[in-house]
Write a protein that binds this ligand. Sequence first.
Ligand SMILES: [Ca+2]
Ligand SMILES: [Ca+2]
Ligand SMILES: [Ca+2]
Length: 385
Amino acid sequence: MFDSVPPNLPTTDAPHPPQAPFPSVPQSPSVPAPMSVSPIITQTANPLPVGGASSASLQEEHVTVMPSKFFVAPKARLPWKKIGLALLFTAVIASGIVGVTFIVKSRIRTQQGTVTPVAVVTTPPPTVIPPVDTTPPAVVPVKPDSTITPTTPPANPPVTPPVTPPVTPPTPPATPPSDPNADRNDRTLTSAPDRDSDGLGDEEEIVIGTNAALADTDADSFNDGKEVSNLFSPNNPDPAKKLWETNVVNKYHHPTLGYEVLYPSAWVARSTTSDGQEIVFAAAAGANIIVTATANPERLTPAQWYAKLYPTGGTSSSITTKSGLTGVASPTGLISLFQITSSGTDWIIRFQYLATNSTVATYKTLYQMMVTSFQVPSIKSFWAF
Ligand SMILES: [Ca+2]
Ligand SMILES: [Ca+2]
Ligand SMILES: [Ca+2]
């Protein structure tokens, strides 16, 4: 209770004057502590020698004590610290209980399903891990591509085949143009009108100058057509009158090959090639008679030549000119081939009737007249200039 010494207290250095003893004061049983301060003061002021001094030499000291009448018993103080700690502890415990209770309740609610969505939301987080797996997928795509690549090629092949066939067909069509049959239309021509049925077409009668309505124009008992085909004049009552002795035909002599042929004087003969190996006899309209000379080193017969030139042209038939030359003719009679020799070389002479702007064999009899007149003077002549 008293932490300091009153200033009026005597020190141990000087003896204290005799003082009247204080009457004993009954002390309150509740305040024994204050009296125990005296010894403390004595010891600190004058330490005793160790072992040398006797208890008798010690001076008795007196402690001044406050009169009891002034002494006020200290009120009993409440243990606030303990109470505070107890309250704090209680508060901590209580808050802990409340917190645990809250957590337990929230857990129960989530388990009851109402908050189930929360559990679903918790699942996504694992989904965040996949991003790490996205790197491997990048490697996987390479495999799929390689797998798809083999699959794609098989798809292309099926597409290519259909494209190839159409390309192939065009090639065959290109072949026909090289077919020599393409340059002939005699197989599709129809017969020309012949009013008097004398074997000479109406148009041909005009060219020769006969009566298209009278079969025997010169009345020599031979029809017009028959006389022209045998190189006799249909316009002269003399049945022995030669056609080449009239002006209705001209005589053609090839300058180099030497062959000769009669043709209507109303027509025009001309060479269409620089070597002169093709001669065209152009009719007034609707037809050309083309005479072509081709070297024949293999010495093929006219029949062999025809079969080689027209593999699909049907079977040829033999014909003989007035001069005795033999050759072949196509089924229509509008293609004729002869084999001649000129200056030590073999030639194939081909007569071809080519209709122009017409589907009718308008000059078929005149064509046959020309073929019949064909001759090679060096071999044999039937007629002469
Ligand atoms: Ca006639
Ligand atoms: Ca006639
Ligand atoms: Ca006649």
